[in-house]
Ligand binder design. Structure first.
Ligand SMILES: [Zn+2]
Length: 244
């Protein structure tokens, strides 16, 4: 392994240096006063730690998202194994497997089997079908939960949309419209609940002020745990596929 590590320097008015590894990339947060040489010496000292952190994150990314036979992904906070088969009609079925682990069977249409002998095309087809499944689940689950928490909080959105976002779980705009990412179906139920309460609270505070977090805490006291779950599993929740 080489001793050279690529990193990106983010300058600000902060007073100390800090290192962060995200999605296998190194970020150095540094004050304006510190020179490049100091930063590279700092990186060198932390090399072992950085390398293990990068390796760890790359591994997590690999395991989650290649949409191949036998790979795993999160569904309601539990890892499920993907099984890919061909039959007359395409469908997606969730069943109990051995070891308490569930199996998500992606049945693809037989007529496409020849075309899908290409690994990349197969992964894309599997991913598309899983997204469709998640969207269907989300359309059942999310409106019911929004209704429950609307009653609890007396905060009522003007509309709810379910769609795909790359980098966020939900959003709220100044017209009171809430949108939710259907990939929320990967999260444990209590984390989905947290995201819903979070967006509902934006109907009162369209920011992340202290008052906003107080309101979240009032209706969802375990919000710190929920945020922590997302943070810890972040890399496994990213859908990475070149064709995306
Ligand atoms: Zn927010």
């Amino acid at each position: 392994m080489s001793d050279v590590i690529e990193y990106q320097v983010v300058r600000s008015h902060r007073k100390t240096l800090s290192l962060q590894v995200r999605h296998g990339q190194v970020f150095v947060r540094a004050p304006y006063s510190v020179d490049e040489k100091f930063i590279s010496t700092f990186i060198h000292k932390k090399l072992a730690w950085l390398k293990s952190k990068i390796a760890q994150q790359n591994q997590t990314n690999d395991f989650c998202c290649d949409f191949s036979q036998g790979s795993t992904l999160f569904l309601f906070g539990k890892l499920v194994t993907l099984q890919i088969i061909f039959d007359k009609q395409a469908r997606t079925v969730l069943t109990d497997g051995i070891d308490n682990k569930q199996v998500l069977t992606i049945v693809l249409a037989e007529r496409n089997q020849k075309k899908l002998s290409d690994k990349g095309l197969l992964a894309t087809a599997v991913k598309t079908q899983i997204e469709k499944y998640f969207k269907q689940q989300a359309e059942e689950v999310i409106p019911l939960k929004v209704e429950t928490y609307s009653q609890l909080t007396s905060l009522n959105p003007s509309s709810i949309k379910i769609r795909k976002y790359r980098a966020r779980w939900g959003s709220c705009n100044n017209r009171g419209e809430l949108s939710f990412n259907y990939l929320l179906m990967m999260l444990p139920t209590y984390v989905i609940d947290y995201v819903i309460v979070h967006e509902l609270c934006h109907l009162e505070h369209l920011n992340h002020s202290k008052e906003f977090w107080q309101l979240v805490a009032k209706y969802f006291p375990h919000y710190v745990e929920a945020k922590q779950w997302i943070k810890e599993n972040q890399s496994a929740l990213l859908w990475r596929l070149s064709s995306d």
